[in-house]
Design a binder for this molecule. Structure first.
Ligand code: G3H
Ligand code: ZN
Length: 277
């Protein structure tokens, strides 16, 4: 199946009150596992590659084209999304490579520059038929420090979405990136107030730290795209570690990476079902 845009997938989900899982691809095994989970559940999935992952690989094209090939060969509905891009040139490269969505993360810029740059990115991406997600109110933890304190103001979010023309908006409501314990509490009342004022679907970042029941409540309150990375990496690593401990003489990388891939598929499928309700 060909890739679809984020705007398309999120509009349908928001209409039906469903959440959509957005999971990060680092190795090709992630892409294979996530697409298999989407096939298994019959639910759409957002395959996202972050600027950090690009830095790890040293280039966007190899992991992006591999992920795209896995998605296109599948019957699942997939969005190929660039995650947390702060570099505009990387956004343009992603568009040229066939991504159907990008997140331009200008949350570290001053407010006026974030608005102006996001609007310009939206103009270029929409001309190419690509959706754009932006972030307002920096969501903590990107540098590995748990920082759930920031909050997005609802009327500011509405003005930002209208001024920039984005297709989805990441808002700060209490989650924080890279948590390894699922102990975050969200301001669900704030989610509902933002949802009532903002016309585009909302995105919850740093969802690894959010327990299952709060994820469900967040979707009910108005979140549509739910980003989960660390939690799936923990499942991958646990399975690899268990395999290596149980099979100390193993040398074939497919044995333990295959165990990691299976673990990610199982947990991603469970999460896709949970978020879809
Ligand atoms: O953009 C990606 C996410 O917000 C993932 O955050 O690793 O805390 O789940 P996480
Ligand atoms: Zn994020």
């Amino acid at each position: 199946m060909s890739l679809v845009t984020l705007g398309e997938v999120l509009a349908a989900a928001r209409r039906e009150g469903r959440g959509v899982g957005a999971f990060n691809v680092i190795q090709v095994e992630h892409a294979e596992a996530l697409v298999a989970a989407a096939e298994e559940t019959g639910l759409p999935v957002v395959l996202q590659i972050s600027e950090n992952a690009v830095r790890y690989h040293g280039a966007l094209a190899p992991i992006a084209l591999a992920t795209k090939a896995v998605a296109v060969a599948s019957f699942a509905t997939c969005v190929l999304h660039l995650d947390h891009a702060e570099d505009e040139e990387l956004v343009d490269e992603a568009v040229a490579l066939g991504f159907t969505s990008v997140m331009f993360d200008g949350s570290r810029l001053d407010d006026a520059t974030n608005r102006e740059t996001t609007r310009a990115v939206v103009g270029r991406c929409h001309d190419a038929g690509v959706s754009v997600e932006a972030e307002l109110g920096e969501i903590g933890g990107k540098d590995g420090v748990h920082a759930p304190g920031v909050r997005t103001d609802p009327s500011d979010a509405a003005a930002f979405a209208a001024e920039t023309g984005v297709d989805a908006l990441a808002v700060a409501v209490g989650s924080s990136h890279a948590m390894t314990s699922r102990t975050a509490t969200l301001d669900l009342e704030l989610v509902a107030r933002i949802r009532d004022l903002v016309s585009v679907p909302l995105v919850l970042h740093g969802s690894s730290g959010v327990p299952d029941d709060t994820l469900v409540s967040a979707v009910r309150a108005g979140m549509t795209k739910v980003n989960i990375a660390t939690h799936l990496n923990a499942a991958f690593t646990r399975a690899v570690r268990d395999h290596l401990e149980a099979n100390p003489s193993v040398v074939d990388t497919r044995r333990y990476l295959g165990a990691g891939r299976s673990a990610v598929q199982a947990e991603a499928a469970r999460l896709l079902r949970l978020l879809a309700g």
